[in-house]
Design a protein around this ligand. Sequence first.
Ligand code: C5P
Length: 213
Amino acid sequence: NSSIVVALDGPAASGKGTLARLISDHYGLAYLDTGTLYRGVAWLVMREGGDPADRERAAAAARDYAIEKLSGADIRTKEVGAAASVVAANSEVRAALLDFQRRFAETPPKNAVGAVLDGRDIGTVVCPDATVKFFVTASPKTRAHRRWLELIEARPELQESEIYQDLLERDARDAARDDAPMAAAQDAELLDTTHLSIDAAFAAARRVIDGVF
Ligand code: C5P
């Protein structure tokens, strides 16, 4: 396949989503935030009063997944994030979502020349032949602070310490699962954004990408 693929993996609130969006705009690549798929499945299960840990139910929701079913859904909450990491440890859920992600990368929408995908297993499982791979990290404290800043407007009662605990729990679950755990691909470029502004992180990513394209 001739599509250009940029893979961005890393833990929650590492900055990979922001980078993915900037890369998508700058290089004219279609963008897929693969976390929305797992969040969507978790939301669909919870909306019907189901338990995200119910394997059959989560697998069925993943097989029937369609973006239209999520209209009006607030999938960016921390509760949906936590439930997403529970359904994401379910192999049948992962298998049901794999084809869509691969097709998006191989044949990007809107005739784009390529695609940017961000997630946990893009460089390792979804697109092992990606043109460029990044593993984006930042210290847990920094990530918790960034996520808190994103969430406080809607939920001023949220404590940064609570978000910090949630992130650690979610990272541990994502890194420890048997199927497609969060991991840096061997050929991924490590990008630690702890002390980088968005501009500086984006400049670092461009230097890598421009060296490869
Ligand atoms: O990136 P985001 O926080 O939206 O992802 C939500 C959850 O979805 C993650 O914590 C992870 O469990 C799961 N996920 C995954 N594989 C991906 C993307 C997300 O397992 N490629």
